[in-house]
Design a protein around this ligand. Structure first.
Ligand code: ADP
Ligand code: MG
Length: 362
C-alpha cells in the first residue's frame, strides 16, 4: 500500500462478519433462519435443541430433502441459493428464504457444522467450517439435515457482549418458534434447552397448535373464521357466512382463515395477535388496525383480542423484501386489505351472534 492511499477493499471474511450482523442479531435469528430452511426443504419434523439458550449450541434437525455433497459445499457461500434465479422471481417467491445469506452469515460467526443426506444417496455428507477453514467428509446420517451452530459470535466480541441473559434469549427463541408453529400446524416441532422441553407441537391442525401456544383458556374462546375448509362444523343456516367471506375475499384474490377470540377475552397488548402471510409469520400495523376496526365497539378502547390469522395473497401484492429478516411486510394496497380483513372479522363476530345481523337493505 502506498503512503498516499488509506483506502483498501476489505477481505471477504471481514465483509461477511460485518454483513452477518444484519441477518444474525441474536440466537433467535439463527433459529429462525435454520427453521425456515428446514421448512423450505419440506420437513415434517423439526427439532431445535439448545445449550445455554443457544449461546453454546443451536442444533436444528429436520427430515427434509437434504443436500447433495455439491450443494452442501455451495450452501454457505454468500448469495448462493436454490430458491430464486433472478429478480423477477421475487414477484412469485413463496419460500421462506431466497437471499442466500443466512448460512454465509451464520457460518462466519460460529463454529459451524452441517450433516445432511438425501433419500436417494447411500451416504451423507458432513461439512465443518471454522474461521474460513473447511472440512468435508462422508458420514452415515439419517435422511434430512442437521445444522449445528457452536459458540455463536465467538469471533465477534461486540456481538457476544450484546447477548442478553439466558432467560431473555430463550424467550426470544420461544416466541420465534411459537410463531412458526402457528404458521405451520402440519409440521411437528420440538424446542429443547439444556435437556428441558420448552415447546412441543405435534403435526395437527391450527386449533391444536393454538392450544399448544396460546393455552386452553384462550383456545376455548376462539371462533373460527368461516371458510370452505374450516375445521369447525357449521349448521346449514350459518353456511351463508362462508359465502359472504368468500365474496369479500375472492375478488381480491385472497384467502383468509384462522381464529379470533370472543370480545370477552382481551389484553392491553397485541401479544396474542398472530399474522401469517403466505405461511410467513409477520408483523403488520395495518393488520392490527384491521382487527381493531372489525371488533369496533365490541372491545374497550386500547384492548386487543387474540387472533391467529392466515392470509394467502398473490405474492406480487406483498413485498416481503423490506427487511433482511423479513419480519415486516408491506402490502401494495393497504387500504383495501384493511377493509377486507375488518369486514371478515365483523362477519365472523356476527356469525357467532356477537354482533347484530345487518338487514338486507342496509
Ligand atoms: P436461502 O434460504 O435464502 O436460499 P440459505 O443461506 O439459508 O439461503 O441457504 C442456502 C441454500 O442451502 C438454500 O437455498 C438450500 O438450497 C440449502 N439448504 C439450507 N438449509 C437446508 C436444509 N435444512 N435442507 C436442505 N437444503 C438446505
Ligand atoms: Mg434460508
Amino acid at each position: 500500500m502506498s503512503k498516499d492511499s488509506f483506502i483498501h477493499v476489505l477481505d471477504q471474511d471481514t465483509i461477511n462478519k460485518i454483513a452477518a450482523g444484519e441477518v444474525v442479531e441474536r440466537p433467535a435469528s439463527v433459529v429462525k433462519e435454520l427453521v425456515d430452511n428446514a421448512i423450505d426443504a419440506g420437513a415434517k419434523n423439526i427439532r431445535v435443541e439448545l445449550k445455554d439458550s443457544g449461546k453454546t449450541l443451536i442444533s436444528v434437525r429436520d427430515d427434509g430433502k437434504g443436500m447433495s455433497r455439491e450443494d452442501v459445499t455451495l450452501s454457505p457461500i454468500k448469495h448462493a441459493t436454490s430458491k430464486i434465479t433472478d429478480i423477477s422471481d421475487l414477484e412469485s417467491v413463496l419460500t421462506m428464504g431466497f437471499r442466500g445469506e443466512a448460512l454465509a452469515a451464520i457460518s462466519s460467526v460460529s463454529k459451524f457444522e452441517i450433516i445432511t443426506k438425501r433419500k436417494q444417496d447411500s451416504t451423507g455428507t458432513r461439512l465443518y467450517l471454522e474461521d474460513g477453514r473447511q472440512e468435508i467428509t462422508d458420514i452415515g446420517a439419517p435422511d434430512g439435515t442437521t445444522v449445528n451452530v457452536n459458540e455463536l459470535f465467538y469471533n465477534t466480541p461486540a456481538r457476544l457482549k450484546y447477548m442478553k441473559t439466558d432467560a431473555t434469549e430463550l424467550s426470544h427463541i420461544a416466541g420465534m418458534v411459537s410463531d412458526l408453529i402457528l404458521a405451520n400446524p402440519d409440521i411437528s416441532f420440538t424446542l429443547i434447552n439444556n435437556g428441558k422441553t420448552i415447546l412441543s407441537s405435534a403435526s395437527s391442525n391450527l386449533f391444536n397448535s393454538i392450544v399448544d401456544i396460546l393455552g386452553h383458556e384462550a383456545a376455548r374462546v376462539m371462533m373460527e373464521i368461516p371458510s370452505e375448509n374450516m375445521e369447525t362444523k357449521l349448521d346449514d343456516d350459518k353456511k351463508e357466512s362462508v359465502d359472504q367471506i368468500k365474496a369479500l375475499t375472492e375478488y381480491a384474490d385472497m384467502e383468509i382463515s384462522g381464529y379470533i377470540s370472543k370480545p370477552t377475552f382481551s389484553k392491553t397488548t397485541t401479544d396474542n395477535l398472530y399474522f401469517i402471510v403466505n405461511n410467513r409469520p409477520v408483523t403488520s400495523k395495518e393488520l392490527v388496525k384491521a382487527i381493531r376496526l372489525g371488533y369496533y365497539t365490541k372491545l374497550p378502547k386500547d384492548r386487543y383480542p387474540a387472533a391467529v390469522i392466515h392470509l394467502k395473497i398473490n405474492p406480487s401484492e406483498v413485498d416481503v423484501n423490506v427487511h433482511p429478516r423479513k419480519v415486516e411486510v408491506r402490502f401494495k394496497d393497504e387500504n383495501r386489505l384493511v377493509r377486507i380483513v375488518s369486514d371478515v372479522i365483523e362477519t365472523t363476530l356476527r356469525l357467532y351472534e356477537l354482533a347484530p345481523k345487518v338487514s338486507a337493505n342496509e
